[in-house]
Write a protein that binds this ligand. Sequence first.
Ligand code: DAK
Length: 259
Amino acid sequence: MGEFVRVEVADQIATIRLDRPKMNALNAHVQGEIAEAAGQVSADPAVAAVILYGGERVFAAGADIKEMADLGYADMAERSARLQASFSAVAQIPKPVVAAVTGYALGGGLELALCADFRVLGESAKVGQPEILLGIIPGAGGTQRLPRLIGPSKAKDLIFSGRHVTAAEALSMGLADAVVPDAEVYSAARAMVARYAGGPAMALRAAKQAVDTGLEVDLGTGLEIERLQFAALFATEDQKAGMRSFIDSGPGKATFTGR
Ligand code: DAK
């Protein structure tokens, strides 16, 4: 349990809850706690899926500008790898992860949401990469994860202009996967990942790693990654249970152990 980041587990779903009033500004301490939370939910076999949540009012308005304002190049060079690694720890959680976004997800806030597999936005949410308005560029994956998700020209529009995007526009550009009434954001995100409780955890892990790692490499290497992940699943109890259940009872009725 961190000072500003809590992990709550219920029904095999972990919620990583940011709680640093007023805007969940992500200072270095919070970023360290995010890395710890990501490590905790990754390692816990009782966790099947994860929700990133900033509360009912705001997801996160970005890195803490007041903390960064007076840093020099040497300071930032020294801490930037550690800070980036904390978001990468979220991206590498080997389980389905959804970001439940109410209010603002700006700068590092949006970059954190980009580390999730899916994004559910409240209808009054506003997202963007406003770093350019501060004389900098995104530094926690925005120039890399955003164009991979929505394409380079749309990403450049957001990064060059720093403009805020509405939930409706985010949905149309593929930045949001669902837009729901503000009051339903958390429950909708929960419903989105609830289906993975009791799921074939090793297959879900393999699927996420194959997609994410495959996107970083050429097609031939990606297919090789898929082939190895695919073959490895034949060493799991869940593959045996899944196929035996199909043969005996038809599709979709298997009970999995996650082993
Ligand atoms: N940092 C620090 N304080 C912030 C903040 C932020 N990002 N955002 C808001 N606040 C503070 C405000 O200063 C204000 O404080 P008080 O005056 O009350 O003490 C309080 O939160 C409420 O904010 P506002 O009064 O401005 O509230 P409004 O509703 O009028 O506006 C807003 C909300 C979110 C639209 C506005 O506050 C805003 O534009 N905030 C800044 C958004 C922004 O520029 N975000 C990008 C920050 S740069 C890296 C990792 C991460 C990053 C970089 C590198 N490494 C791995 C290397 C990320 C960088 C960024 O995110």
